[in-house]
Write a protein that binds this ligand. Sequence first.
Ligand SMILES: Nc1ncnc2c1ncn2[C@@H]1O[C@H](COP(=O)(O)OP(=O)(O)OP(=O)(O)O)[C@@H](O)[C@H]1O
Ligand SMILES: C[C@H](N)[C@H](N)CCCCCC(=O)O
Ligand SMILES: [Mg+2]
Length: 204
Amino acid sequence: MARFVITGTGTEIGKTVFAAGLCALTGGDYWKPVQTGTEDGTSDSKTVLHLSGARVHPPIYQFPQPLSPHRAAELAGETLDPAKLVPPTDVPLVAEGAGGVLVPITRDLLSADLFARWGMPVVLVCTTGLGTISHSLTAIEALRGRGCALHGLAFVGADNPDNIATIAAFSGARVLGRLPRLPRLDRASLLAAMTEHFDVEDFA
Ligand SMILES: Nc1ncnc2c1ncn2[C@@H]1O[C@H](COP(=O)(O)OP(=O)(O)OP(=O)(O)O)[C@@H](O)[C@H]1O
Ligand SMILES: C[C@H](N)[C@H](N)CCCCCC(=O)O
Ligand SMILES: [Mg+2]
C-alpha cells in the first residue's frame, strides 16, 4: 500500500501543493500531524482538501503561531508528545512534515527522526533554482544519516536540467518528476500537471 512522508528542503517550497497533487494522482489520504500557524485561519489540510478532495485525517496537534512545532507548542503552553504522532493505519497515505527535514518536533526530536520511527518511505520536495544543489544534497544526507528510507525527489519550479541532474548524480537519489509553478492553481490544473510530470507507478 502506497504510504509516503512528504518533506522538503525548507518551509514554503511547495510540499503541500505537491502532497495534494500526489493524493489526487494516487488516491491517497492526507495527514499533517503537526500544524503550526493556524492563527490566520489557514491550514495545509484545508489547502489539500481544496486542491484534491482527498480524505483528510485531522492533525494531532495544532498551534496558532507560525513557528517550528517545538516552539509553537511551548508558546501555546502545551507539551507535544511524539508518541501520539501515530500515522493512520491501513490506508494509502500522504503525510506532510512541518518545514524541512531537521525541523524540531520537540527539544529532543527532529522531524527526520520521527520519519525514521514511522518507517515510511520519504519523498523530498526540492526547488529547481539557484541554491537548490546544496539545500537538496544537505537534506538528502540528513535523511539518510538518520535512517530514513528516501524514496525519491520531487522538484517544484521551472525546469533546470543541470541542477536536477547534478543533485541526482551526487546523491544517487531517484528523480520522481518536476511540478512546474502553475499560473492558476486549482484541482483540475494540479491533477493535469501531476499526470503529465509524474508516473503513478513510481508511487505504487
Ligand atoms: N506548483 C505550484 N504552483 C503554483 N503555486 C505553488 C506551487 N507550489 C507551491 N505554490 C505556492 O507556494 C506557496 C508555498 O507552497 P506550500 O504551501 O505548498 O509550501 P510548503 O512547503 O507546504 O510550506 P510549509 O512548510 O508551510 O508546509 C503557496 O502559496 C502555494 O500556493
Ligand atoms: C509555519 C510554517 N509555515 C511551517 N509550517 C513551520 C516551519 C518551521 C521552520 C523552522 C526552521 O527551520 O527554522
Ligand atoms: Mg505545507
